[in-house]
Structure formats: structure tokens, C-alpha cells
Design a binder for this molecule. Structure first.
Ligand SMILES: Nc1nc2c(ncn2[C@@H]2O[C@H](COP(=O)(O)OP(=O)(O)OP(=O)(O)O)[C@@H](O)[C@H]2O)c(=O)[nH]1
Ligand SMILES: [Mg+2]
Length: 370
């Protein structure tokens, strides 16, 4: 208990004796001395305590703990000057509670509450979401510290990562009938180039009857880009402006094995454009939609992209620019969080070579840098 003639003095005593981590439990203003209430002296009393955790030597994690925001010094000064100590106390209690809450969150955070194993470090260095990394390493982390088992543990880890790259399926052309696949995504991720690669692969390597449709009439150059590829490969190309036209084009190509639809790059922030895209793709239930994402996208941005494009109900992710990405944690993260399959990955600008069906073992090797 600290008693003084002003609240500032009482607080100063608390701070000097219990330190900055002291929690204010109670404050009281009372009058002392005098006769029948006259000539009494106003006094301030502060009850404060230190939590046991605040006394012990800070651990590595605690040392790194972010500083809890303190009430603004101006606000504290104003409250002290106005003698409004109940508000000041409430503010301090709130700050103490926030501090406790933050500590609890930090403790619960899988990767911050304990010493990081080398394997955890490796996953995090690959931008694997800490929660997913923790999930993959459940039960493995301890074993990983035993030197002799390093090789075995790494092998087990690879298997676990491989299992996370599930739901992989490319474009399956049916024996009878036509397969229709549309490619959507943000601007410049590589939709058109990927379509050219796929068209060449299916038409030339697999001998399929392929047709291209472009709904990207936003820029003349976009149409010309795909038309150039179509001409080189000798496959027909249609340009459509509306859902009705897309429907008719699909009807015209009912004799084909595979129809690939290119769309204009859309900003995830433009709701109108996304609704337009959704309406276009709804014209035929057979359309399998691939959401094309660049592997170089920041995780947070990619989450937003997937979220916004989800109104178009993509069935598969397709990741481009693996060659430019410093790691592929993003692929693992998105597959973990969304119930969407994975089709292809692209590894460069060369048409038609730089594309392959995603392969769990290869992707796991990329994560582990084997
Ligand atoms: N390094 C690398 N570049 C790629 C890859 N795929 C596409 N690109 C390049 O990315 C750029 C954009 O490719 P486009 O195919 O035009 O992208 P898009 O998504 O159709 O673009 P918009 O139609 O404008 O939205 C081009 O310079 C491509 O050569 C890849 O796998 N790796
Ligand atoms: Mg394009």
C-alpha cells in the first residue's frame, strides 16, 4: 500500500519500489487528521502488486515480447492535473489487462512460445504459416533435436509436407465430350501465357482437338497476344464480349476435346469486375475454373485475392512464376486454408515448355530445399 499527498507521488512510489510491471489494484482518496472534518489533509492511497512472472528472470521469448502500448503521457498528465484518478486507475487497469491478454496470446502462439527447432526455422524461412508449420511438426520437433535421428526425421517431415500437397489434379480431358476450363486471376499473373502452354501441350503432345476463347477484350493487345499463339499452333480462337456469346462459342466447339477460356486480369479490389466475371462463367456449368496466382504474391495479399475471387467458385489453384519465387510456402498455406485443388505450376516464360503438373514430392523438396 502506498500513501502520499498527491496521486503523482503515490504512483512514483509504486514505480520506484515495484517497477514498471506493477499492477494497480486499487486507489483511494481520503482525508486525514483535522478536527470534525476541518483542517484535514487530503491523501491518496494506491494498492499495487507485482505478478510473480514479472519478478522472475525474463526468458528469451519474454525479452522479445513486444512492448505493450502505454497510455499517452499527455492523457496521463491531463488526468493527474484534473485530479481524475478513478479514470486514471481505470485506464491503468485496462492497460494491465491488455498486457496480460497479450502475454497469454504470445504464450499460445505456436512458434513464439518455445525455442524454435531447426526444422521449424526452415519452414518459417519458407514463409509457411506458423500455425501450419506447428501442425506439420507436431511430435517431430522433439525428435529433431536428437542428432542421430536427423535423417529419419527429415524424411518423415518430407512425407508430412507431401501429404499437405494433396488434391492435385490437372485438366482431365474426357474420352467422350468436351472439357472446358477457364483461367481467372489478378492482372499479369500469367493467365494468357499459361493457356498458350496448355494449348500447345494438349494439342501437340497429346493430340487433342483444342479451341481457345478469349473474353479478355479489355485491351486489343490481349486479344492479339493469344491470337498469335493460336495461329502458331493452328488452333481456332474466338473472341467473346458477353455471356451469351460465350455460350454460343462453347456450343460451336462441342466437337472439341478441350476448350480453354482466357479472361481479363481483375483487381481483387474491384467488386464490379469480379461480379461481371462471375456472371460470365455462370453461363455454362461445365466450366472448370482455375484461379491463377503468382507464387511471388505476399501471403496476406494472396489470402485477399482468394477471398475476393471466391465468388467465381474456382475449383483449382494454378501457381505461376515458381522460378521467380524465393520459396513456395504460399502454395502450402493456401492449400491448407482453402478447399480448392491444385492443377499446374509454371516455371518460366517459355511457351510451351515451362509448365508441369504439380508434384507433391517435388514441392516438398522445394520447401525443404533438398
Ligand atoms: N518468370 C515467369 N514469368 C512468367 C511466367 N508465366 C508468365 N510469365 C510472364 O508474366 C508476364 C505476364 O503474363 P501474361 O500471360 O500476359 O499474364 P496475364 O495474367 O494474362 O495478364 P493480364 O491478361 O494482363 O491480366 C509475361 O511477361 C509472361 O511472360 C512464369 O511462370 N515465370
Ligand atoms: Mg492475359
Amino acid at each position: 500500500m502506498f500513501t502520499a499527498m498527491t496521486m503523482q507521488e503515490a504512483m512514483a512510489q509504486v514505480k520506484s519500489q515495484l517497477g514498471r510491471d506493477a499492477v494497480i489494484l486499487h486507489t483511494r482518496r481520503f482525508r486525514k487528521g483535522g478536527v470534525l472534518g476541518f483542517f484535514s489533509q487530503e491523501m491518496f492511497e494506491v494498492m499495487a502488486a507485482v505478478e510473480p512472472a514479472a519478478v522472475k528472470q525474463p526468458s528469451v521469448v519474454e525479452k522479445r515480447r513486444p512492448e505493450v502500448a502505454q497510455p499517452s503521457p499527455t492523457l496521463v498528465k491531463q488526468l493527474l492535473e484534473s485530479g481524475d484518478e478513478p479514470r486514471l486507475t481505470a485506464l491503468q487497469l485496462e492497460m494491465a489487462n491488455m498486457k496480460k491478454l497479450l502475454e497469454q496470446v504470445v504464450q499460445k502462439m505456436p512458434t513464439m512460445g518455445k525455442k524454435k527447432s531447426p526444422l521449424l526455422e526452415l519452414l518459417l524461412a519458407n514463409d509457411v504459416d506458423p500455425l501450419i508449420a506447428d501442425n506439420i511438426l507436431q511430435g517431430l520437433a522433439e525428435e529433431a533435436t536428437a542428432e542421430k535421428d536427423q535423417q529419419l526425421v527429415r524424411q518423415l517431415l518430407k512425407e508430412r509436407i507431401k501429404n499437405h500437397f494433396h488434391r492435385i489434379e490437372g485438366i482431365m480431358v474426357p474420352k467422350d465430350g468436351v472439357k472446358v476450363a477457364a483461367f481467372i486471376g489478378p492482372t499479369g499473373v500469367g493467365k494468357t501465357t499459361t493457356i498458350a502452354k496448355l494449348a500447345a501441350s494438349f494439342a501437340v503432345k497429346e493430340g487433342c482437338k483444342v479451341a481457345l476463347i478469349t473474353a479478355d477484350t479489355y485491351r486489343i493487345s490481349a486479344v492479339e497476344q493469344l491470337k498469335t499463339y493460336a495461329d502458331i499452333m493452328g488452333v481456332p480462337i474466338d473472341i467473346v464480349y458477353t455471356a451469351e456469346e460465350l455460350k454460343s462459342a462453347l456450343y460451336r466447339h462441342r466437337d472439341k476435346d478441350l476448350v480453354l477460356i482466357d479472361t481479363a486480369g481483375r483487381s481483387p479490389k474491384n467488386q464490379y469486375q469480379l461480379s461481371e466475371l462471375q456472371a460470365l462463367l455462370q453461363c455454362d456449368a461445365r466450366i472448370e475454373t482455375h484461379l491463377v496466382l503468382s507464387s511471388t504474391t505476399k501471403y496476406k495479399d494472396a489470402l485477399d485475392v482468394v477471398d475476393r475471387f471466391s465468388i467465381c467458385s474456382p475449383q483449382k489453384f494454378l501457381f505461376t512464376k515458381i522460378d521467380e519465387a524465393s520459396n513456395i510456402g504460399l502454395i502450402l498455406n493456401l492449400l491448407y486454408h482453402f478447399p480448392v485443388g491444385l492443377s499446374y505450376i509454371t516455371t518460366g516464360q517459355n511457351v510451351p515448355d515451362d509448365i508441369e503438373l504439380a508434384n507433391p514430392a517435388k514441392l516438398a523438396n522445394l520447401i525443404l530445399r533438398d
